[in-house]
Structure formats: structure tokens, C-alpha cells
Write a protein that binds this ligand. Structure first.
Ligand SMILES: Cc1cc2nc3c(=O)[nH]c(=O)nc-3n(C[C@H](O)[C@H](O)[C@H](O)COP(=O)(O)OP(=O)(O)OC[C@H]3O[C@@H](n4cnc5c(N)ncnc54)[C@H](O)[C@@H]3O)c2cc1C
Length: 417
């Protein structure tokens, strides 16, 4: 089933009765070439690129809940490639290019909206750091533009420019950045992987790994034992717990991140805006809700819900930056479990168990990484070699200290990244 304007028009005239389900609901086979543990954005994109780029189609994605029930359906949907440090920068640059062709590639409307992202700066030092970042972005072929206060007043008239505490000195705009519809991304990859023969198996929790002479032979699940030549873990906030089942200890802490959405309003915020003096970022959804978030809750937890003090902290940041937001009514808030790594950058690597791979450590920023992460992880699983954009995403950097990519400069404090 392909989506096209003609098909939508025809279905509209005939009562929308002939659409088919997006994917099959298969029972697990006894053996696969590759099993992917975790049906989030990264697991589904990995399955898709395994089939598309490497012709490996005897693949199962095992998901303990339903597809898209994890962080892929809980994030604030920001897509960007405004990274500074080598290692991260080429990876996110590749990801944004994949985003730009994603809808045509998947034949699916992921509502990619390149509305521009503006990072605000509030001191001379911060502006200098942004100029450096903008130069780095442009020198690798990404777009970046410094904005003056006069530019900002035209673009974002609702900001508080008279704040003595947080004066606005300017901003860094990446026009190609923006948002995409998070669960549509999961559905689009799921459908495209299914069409290439991948089995998407929901309500199937992996409870153990079968390892023989140091090599993976399969997994134990709530739906029985399934054999596999290779197994790829990609379970985001649950990474430490799942890796532990294979006897592997990860340098990951799990923390809660919350998001908030207001009632639907008329269009007011046309870009994605992030506050440089606090961790606050905001955009407006196509339904009109203001979608925003802030810091981690600050303590390790596996609960998919947040606490009230952090809610107050995020609202304070919003009020300091754009007092008009105080008139909007918050409709909903929710939490997701973030897999925080010591340098705030991800891991895509082999493990000490032969044929067992891991992809984790996405911290706050794994949504924008979904295309490039699946692309690089599929490459590693299929070829045993690291894809060039992800060659530094290895465990060894935490042992040697080389290739650490600490964008925030906060060291190994998971909660500060
Ligand atoms: C509130 C919030 C806001 C965010 N905002 C942004 C943003 O604006 N931009 C951005 O780039 N990133 C953002 N992120 C981060 C991003 O959402 C995550 O980094 C990314 O989604 C994680 O990868 P995933 O999609 O594969 O994870 P998930 O969707 O969590 O997928 C992992 C899956 O593994 C499954 N699983 C776990 N254990 C098992 C098991 N034993 N067996 C089988 N399945 C298992 C889970 O059920 C889950 O479905 C945000 C996250 C949150 C929570």
C-alpha cells in the first residue's frame, strides 16, 4: 500500500474503507538472522536500514509494549544539527540530511517542519561561544546564522527583552532545524521495515540472553525462546537493566525528563526557541499547543513520570523568557526515561559477547538522531565495522579518555548533561 495524493483523494470519495493495516502482526519465528530488542525509534530505524541498505530481511524487532510507547512517542520532537564537537557534529549533520529525505524514503508523512531553531545567548561570553559554534557548523556544510537583538525583536516579539537578570544578547539560528511528528516517525519506519519483511513483534519482553562459549545464540522472551545469529540491544532508558541480563555493566544512568503541552492557541511561536540561561525549549504544535521542556528531574529513576518541583522550575524559566506564556493553560505533562552517558554522547558498539551489539546513551537528544543512529547501527551489525559518522561512539572512550564528546562541558555528571 503506497500513499499518494491520488490515493487519498480516491479513499476520501469511497469512505476510507480500503486502507490496509500499516504492518502485519506476526507470531515469532524460531530463529532470525538478527533480533533487535526494543521497538522505539532507534530499533525500528535499525531494522529498516538493515533491510534496505544491507538486504538483511530475516529480522525481528521485539518490543515489550506497543511500538512507539517509549521515548519515541514522548519527546518534544526537536530536530537539529547544531553540534560543535567532532564526533557528534558529523553524525548529527548526516542525521539532518536523512531527515530531509525521510518522507519520500519511507513514503510516509512524518510532518517534518524545518521552521528554524533559535538558541538565545545572554552574555558576551555566550555569544562568542555561539559564533564559534556557528563557524564550526558552517565549515562542515551545515547552515548557521547569528542574529542580533534587532533581528530577534522582529522574529520573536513576545520575548522579555527588558529582563535585567537574563538580558538577551542575540541568537544562533539554524534554519534547517525544526520539528517532526514523533509517533509518525515510529509508524513510518515500522511500516517501511514491515514492507521489507521485518517481523515487528509487540508485547514480547526480552527476559534473558542465551550465550554459548562467549557468543550469543538467542534470547528468552515472554513469548518463548527465539534463536538468532546476532542480537542488537536498543532499549533507551532500560539499557542498563537489559544489558545486565547479558552480564554487561554499562556507563549509563537513567533519569526522568518531563515535557509539557498547553491548550491549543492561535499561531504565535513560529520557530523552536531555546533559552540560554536555563534549560527551557519551546515550539508550537500543528494543533496549536505550546510544547516545552527543561531539565532532568535530577535523580536516577525508572518511573515514567516526573515530579512537581521540576515542573515549577521549568515554568519559572518559561515565565522569565516569555511572560505571555503565563496566560496559557497547561493541559498535560508526562515523563520519559533518559539513558544518560558520562559525556552526554551516545554509544553504538559491539559488546564483550560475540554477536551482541548495543546502542544507547542518547540522553536528551535521541529523537533527532533516529535516522543516523539506525543507519550506523545497521552498518555495524551487518558489516562488523563502525560507520564513519559514528566511529567515536565506542565504550573505549570511557576507558582511555580519548574521543570524549562533552558538548556541555559538564564532565561525567550524568544529571548535568
Ligand atoms: C520528555 C522528553 C523530551 C525529549 N525531547 C527530545 C527532543 O526534543 N529532541 C530529541 O532529539 N530528543 C528528545 N528526547 C530524547 C528522545 O526521545 C530519546 O533519546 C529517544 O527517543 C530514545 O530512543 P528510542 O526512540 O529508541 O527509545 P524508546 O522509544 O524508549 O524505545 C526503547 C524501547 O525498548 C523497549 N524495551 C525496553 N526493555 C525491553 C525489553 N526487555 N524487551 C523488549 N523491549 C524493551 C521499550 O518498551 C521501548 O519501546 C526527549 C525525551 C523525552 C522523554
Amino acid at each position: 500500500m503506497r500513499f499518494s495524493a491520488l490515493r487519498i483523494f480516491k479513499e476520501g470519495l469511497t469512505g476510507n474503507m480500503n486502507w490496509e493495516p500499516h504492518w502485519r502482526n506476526p507470531s515469532p519465528k524460531s530463529k532470525y538472522d538478527v533480533i533487535i530488542v526494543g521497538g522505539g525509534g532507534h530499533g525500528l530505524s535499525t531494522a529498516y536500514y538493515l533491510a534496505k541498505n544491507h538486504g538483511i530481511r530475516n529480522v525481528a524487532v521485539l518490543e515489550k509494549g506497543h511500538l512507539g510507547s517509549g521515548n519515541i512517542g514522548r519527546n518534544t520532537t526537536i530536530v537539529r544539527s547544531n553540534y560543535l564537537l567532532p564526533g557528534n557534529s558529523e553524525f548529527y549533520s548526516h542525521s539532518l540530511k536523512l531527515w530531509e529525505g525521510l518522507e519520500a524514503d519511507l513514503n510516509y508523512n512524518v510532518m517534518m517542519s524545518q521552521r528554524g531553531l533559535i538558541m538565545l545567548c545572554h552574555s558576551d561570553g555566550q555569544r562568542d561561544a555561539f559564533v564559534r559554534r556557528a563557524n564550526a557548523m558552517r565549515s562542515r556544510g551545515d547552515d548557521a546564522q547569528m542574529l542580533s537583538v534587532q533581528d530577534l525583536r522582529k522574529l520573536l516579539p513576545y520575548l522579555n527583552y527588558n529582563s535585567a537578570r537574563f538580558p538577551i544578547y542575540g541568537g544562533l539560528l539554524q534554519k534547517r532545524a525544526g520539528t517532526a511528528r514523533h509517533d509518525a516517525v515510529a509508524w513510518g519506519y515500522a511500516r517501511a521495515a514491515d514492507q521489507r519483511g521485518v517481523d515487528l513483534i509487540q508485547n514480547c519482553e526480552v527476559t534473558g540472553f542465551n550465550i554459548n562459549s562467549g557468543r550469543i545464540t538467542g534470547v528468552e522472551t515472554t513469548r518463548g525462546i527465539i534463536e538468532a545469529n546476532k542480537v542488537a540491544i536498543v532499549v533507551a532508558g532500560r539499557s542498563s537493566q537489559v544489558a545486565q541480563l547479558a552480564g554487561i555493566r554499562l556507563p549509563i544512568e537513567s533519569h526522568i525528563l518531563q515535557a509539557f503541552v498547553t491548550e491549543g492557541l492561535k499561531p504565535i511561536i513560529n520557530n523552536v526557541v531555546s533559552f540560554g540561561m536555563g534549560h527551557f525549549y519551546i515550539s508550537q504544535s500543528d494543533k496549536g499547543g505550546l510544547v516545552f521542556g527543561g531539565d532532568l528531574d535530577g535523580y536516577a529513576s525508572y518511573a515514567q513520570r516526573g515530579n512537581l518541583p521540576l515542573l515549577e522550575h521549568v515554568f519559572e524559566a518559561g515565565m522569565a523568557l516569555m511572560p505571555m506564556i503565563g496566560k496559557a493553560k497547561v493541559l498535560r505533562s508526562w515523563g520519559g526515561i533518559m539513558d544518560m552517558s558520562p559525556d552526554g554522547s551516545p554509544i553504538i558498539d559491539k559488546t564483550s559477547v560475540g554477536g551482541l551489539f548495543i546502542n544507547c546513551g542518547w540522553c536528551y537528544g535521541g529523537f533527532k538522531a533516529v535516522p543516523a543512529s539506525g543507519y550506523a547501527y545497521a552498518h555495524l551489525i551487518a558489516t562488523d565495522n563502525h560507520f564513519h559518522t559514528a566511529k567515536n561512539f565506542r565504550f573505549e572512550r570511557f576507558q582511555t579518555g580519548y574521543h570524549l564528546m562533552d558538548e556541555e562541558g559538564t564532565g561525567s555528571q550524568h544529571n548535568l548533561h
